[in-house]
Design a protein around this ligand. Sequence first.
Ligand SMILES: NC(=O)c1ccc[n+]([C@@H]2O[C@H](COP(=O)([O-])OP(=O)(O)OC[C@H]3O[C@@H](n4cnc5c(N)ncnc54)[C@H](OP(=O)(O)O)[C@@H]3O)[C@@H](O)[C@H]2O)c1
Length: 334
Amino acid sequence: MLFIRQTPIVLLSVVVGFLAPKIEVVAWAQPANIFLSTTTRTTTALNMAEMSDDKVEYSMPDQVKRFANAQETNNERFLDISTVYNGGELSGKRILVTGGNRGLGFEITKEAVSNGASVIVLCRSTNDELEELVGKYNVYSGVDVSDNVAVDKAFKRIKSDGGQLDYVINNAGYFYEPNETILDASLNFEEQLKQIDICALGPLRVNAAAVNSKALADDARLIIITSQAGSCEWRATQNKDTGGDYGHHMSRAACNIGGALQAEELRKKGYSVLLVHPGFNRTEMTAKYKDIWDIEGAVEPSVGAKRVLYEAMKSSMETTGQFVNAEDGLRIPW
Ligand SMILES: NC(=O)c1ccc[n+]([C@@H]2O[C@H](COP(=O)([O-])OP(=O)(O)OC[C@H]3O[C@@H](n4cnc5c(N)ncnc54)[C@H](OP(=O)(O)O)[C@@H]3O)[C@@H](O)[C@H]2O)c1
């Protein structure tokens, strides 16, 4: 296990993707305007794709600093999503969630149902709590997002059961537990391909099946939960001098370019595509990083669910193809 081999500081510097390279919180070296609160955003009504890079407000790559900055500036949007979130808009919507059986996906499902949405869950294995929440017939179990046949079959059934999905939330994901490095000779190519299949091809498979089965409402929003780990630019901060986690981070970079291409192709059909980093959530996936949940600002998945749904509700043809951090609503560079 990674934690046994490393010193605490090295540990904190290798658990990237969700994390940041150092634990000390230092004074900001960056110009103050980089850290403008999202509540002052003025760009949402513009076509972001047409804006030059210097006008785009980006989130901060260093997760420790990002969280500390939110606290110092009392950024309510970051620290308490309920100050901006109103799930009422979800009432009457038809929402599909992949991997909605546990973790963040289950909380998204729960939150949407509590606001009057009808939620269909695609998952590998079901459970009583889920079936009680959404209704047995809205659970499509035995569906692995890396299985073309199972995904296509599920969407054909969804279409014949009424279709008209307003949102497709691609949440299913997988992060191989051990850290992979070249120098430790710990690369696991089989696991790398598995992560790419689930995290990159999974959302492409699901969205393609949703489109081609005609299971979508006219202005459906395709949401892809990805990770900041897919940002190439942020590797120089988050994986500085360490690299590692090849399979997971490569899978999310591939996921991101898949989302950018889908946004371009599906614009003419009226379907928007949003790539969302859901923030750092206290789930089974991140239990290996438990020691730094507090300093990195990890939240309960019920909070992460509201953050994701907030960004999903804001998504539109104007924002299609963007890669957004659900913690602060700011964009993440490719
Ligand atoms: N937690 C975070 O801080 C964080 C940060 C960045 C990104 N994310 C992303 O957010 C999403 C949810 O993460 P989480 O923290 O809730 O993870 P989690 O607790 O590990 O849950 C993962 C979910 O994905 C499902 N899944 C995995 N492989 C699948 C497959 N091949 N086919 C269908 N479903 C599959 C799991 O279903 P089973 O029960 O069948 O395994 C489970 O429902 C993931 O895409 C993750 O990469 C999370």
